[in-house]
Design a protein around this ligand. Structure first.
Ligand code: SF4
Ligand code: SF4
Length: 350
């Protein structure tokens, strides 16, 4: 049987937004947006790249797009882009703040065949409004309800910090009430405006407690999950895919996809704020195969801290964005350094 592999692109189509959230990693750079035609033409190149991999390496390769922003629904051509991606046989996801989704938008999303819409939710209404702006919870909840009415799968995404870590169960129930099918929990990355919330980052002990709660949570109609690489440390069973010094899971940076910014700049991950090329200048296949930063991210021996000696490296690697942001704050920028919230590292070595 051929090995299967999904290659995703998280595409920030615009950095315009109708909100100004406190922890946003964007810093209002004002990128020039690629026009529709250029975006559709890249999709053809992307399809050729995946077909090339499938034949060159005998892989079963699928491709997916996570379209986001800023607020992606601010782009007039968002539905043309979604339709074109589906027509080119990519799975499509939309990541939005949900405040622009009414019945008509939800119907249109259903029509494009989007796999799921991911909407940020920060906690109970007062916490959500504190982080995302007054009145935003009510508008976001309406967005969830409109999607449920149109039978579009919705996932709530929560950024965990000290502002909301005590609301995990409540926000899961709230998400279920407004019709979300899944709720995912991630961590605050202290960069962009999020740097102002650095003191709200959870300690490793607080994070372990949160992950254990998420793992044990059972709420009717909704699945609570975290894809955070560090959650591998609270799993009871060894990872069946574990295979030493080849990365197979955990942090996606350098492993299973890239981020593209509105002007075509490529990054390993939107939160790992390092440009590695531009799709308008260099084919993505070339960037993916030759960029030295991506090579470092895949090379266990290049890691500078505990990760390089860790037997969970292949399924974890920490969050490279948080490691980088923390090292930047300490004045020694290093995207291969320790993830400061590592759950394993808090246990003293005997
Ligand atoms: S750097 Fe962090 S946010 Fe980005 S893919 Fe890795 S774990 Fe996820
Ligand atoms: S040392 Fe690194 S690879 Fe190991 S568990 Fe911690 S963050 Fe993950």
């Amino acid at each position: 049987m051929r090995q299967s592999y999904d290659y995703f692109i998280q595409w920030h189509l615009t950095d315009r937004c109708n909100l100004a959230c406190r922890h946003c990693y964007q810093q209002g750079v004002g990128y020039i947006e690629m026009p529709t035609g250029q975006i559709l033409s890249f999709m053809d190149d992307h399809r050729d790249m995946l077909d090339g991999w499938a034949s060159d390496y005998d892989l079963d390769v699928t491709g997916s797009y996570q379209f986001t922003g800023g607020e992606p629904l601010l782009r007039d051509d968002i539905f043309d882009i979604l339709d074109a991606a589906r027509a080119a046989n990519f799975k499509t996801f939309l990541m939005t703040n949900g405040t622009m989704i009414d019945a008509a938008v939800a119907e249109r999303l259903a029509h494009t065949g989007v796999e799921a819409v991911q909407i940020s939710l920060e906690g109970i209404p007062s916490t959500h409004d504190y982080i995302r702006g007054s009145g935003s919870f009510a508008r976001t909840a309406e967005g969830f309800r409109a999607l449920a009415e149109a039978d579009v799968d919705a996932t709530a995404n929560v950024t965990l910090s000290r502002k909301n870590v005590d609301q995990i169960e409540k926000v899961t129930r709230l998400a279920a009430e407004v019709g979300a099918k899944r709720i995912g929990f991630g961590r605050l990355v202290p960069e962009g405006r999020g740097l102002d919330m650095i003191n709200e980052m959870l300690s490793a002990d607080e994070l372990a407690e949160a992950f254990n709660l998420i793992k044990s949570l059972r709420v009717d109609g909704i699945a609570a999950i975290t894809r955070d690489p560090l959650s591998c440390s609270i799993n009871d069973d060894p990872d069946p895919y574990s295979c030493g010094s080849t990365a197979v899971a955990g942090c996606a940076a350098g492993l299973s996809g890239v981020t593209i910014l509105p002007d075509g700049t490529v990054m390993p991950c939107r939160r790992l704020n390092i440009a590695i090329g531009n799709i308008n200048e260099t084919p993505l296949r070339e960037i993916w195969a030759t960029n030295p930063i991506l090579e470092d991210l895949r090379d266990k021996s290049a890691y500078t801290g505990k990760c390089g000696d860790c037997d969970s490296w292949d399924v974890c690697r920490g969050c490279r964005a948080i490691a980088y942001a923390a090292s930047l704050t300490a004045g020694t920028p290093d995207y291969l350094s320790d993830d400061p919230q590592c759950l394993k590292a808090r246990i003293p070595t005997p």
